[in-house]
Design a protein around this ligand. Structure first.
Ligand code: NAP
Length: 253
């Protein structure tokens, strides 16, 4: 069974690693090519877009892919929509590996917003020290509020830097522990955090640290994704694939 995993996440990498050595599967991975030096991948990885849903459908047909697995980031809604459309166009099976969102718990002070512009407004007018943990392409709207002091953490450097008088940058790739994030928030005297609800362990440190420091977190709501057959974990994806393999073998017999 030939699989294409749309990746860019820890789960995509973990699923590919779990399938290495399973001779009944041939696995390829696809990355958007957003980061200059992506984490090493356990299987061959291609980089860059396909040219929309039709381009992806063409690729699936040309490469004789049997199953497409959408294991992209929960905020990568365009590629997830393209995956659903391409699977329909090419008549192949699609599985979504959808990481559950973080849930608010007692002690959390979350302000959930629909857009980056709403996130800027939610900070308020008074100058604050703001920790921005967003993709480097999502920073521009914060230039509309230059009175704040920004601390930006991203995987690759923010280029060009924010056109505001006070911004500092940290380039780092998770996982980030609660203890380290708490130390960072304290040493930089952060007042408020802006984050996506990415889910998972790797970037939860700041959420837990904000809770213990009684800091507000402005959270960008998740985009709507197409309704597709989906699982929440790598284990769930492996079970789904084994079942699909059994069905196709039975049909072959
Ligand atoms: P997007 O808006 O869903 O996708 C934009 C285009 O990038 C797609 O139309 C596709 O181009 C290409 N693309 C995306 N993922 C791909 C993949 N796995 N393989 C090949 N092409 C891919 O996604 P985004 O612009 O990357 O990011 C949107 C949000 O997700 C941001 O908030 C970002 O921070 C977050 N995020 C993304 C990733 C990631 O790996 N993409 C990782 C972490 C966080 P074509 O239409 O030409 O096929």
């Amino acid at each position: 069974m030939k699989l294409l995993i749309l990746g860019g996440t820890a789960e995509a990498r973990q699923l590919a690693a779990a399938l290495v050595g399973r001779s009944e599967f041939s696995v390829a991975l696809s990355l958007a090519g957003r980061t200059a030096e992506p984490a090493p991948q356990p299987v061959p990885a291609r980089r860059g877009g396909f040219g929309g849903a039709e381009g992806l459908a063409r690729y699936l047909r040309d490469e004789h892919i049997d199953v497409l697995i959408d294991a992209t980031h929960p905020y990568a809604a365009v590629i997830s929509t393209n995956a659903a459309d391409a699977a329909r166009l090419s008549g192949i099976k699609l599985l979504g590996l959808r990481r559950p969102p973080w849930e608010k718990v007692a002690g959390d002070s979350w302000i959930e917003v629909d857009s980056l512009e709403d996130a800027v407004r939610a900070i308020g007018e008074a100058p604050l020290r703001v920790f921005l943990t967003l993709g480097r392409k999502e920073l521009r709207p914060f230039e509309a509020a230059p009175q704040h002091v920004y601390l930006v953490r991203s995987v690759d450097p923010a280029e060009p830097p924010l056109a505001v008088p006070h911004a500092q940058y940290i380039t780092a790739r998770g996982p980030f522990s609660e203890a380290d994030d708490r130390a960072l928030l304290e040493s930089r005297r952060i007042d408020v955090i802006i984050a996506k609800n990415s889910g998972g362990e790797a970037t939860y440190g700041k959420i837990a640290a904000a809770r213990s420091l009684h800091l507000p977190v402005i959270i960008l709501k998740r985009p709507a994704l197409p309704e597709v057959d989906s699982v929440a974990t790598v284990g769930g994806a492996l079970a789904w694939l084994d079942h699909a393999l059994t069905l196709s073998t039975a049909r072959g017999v």
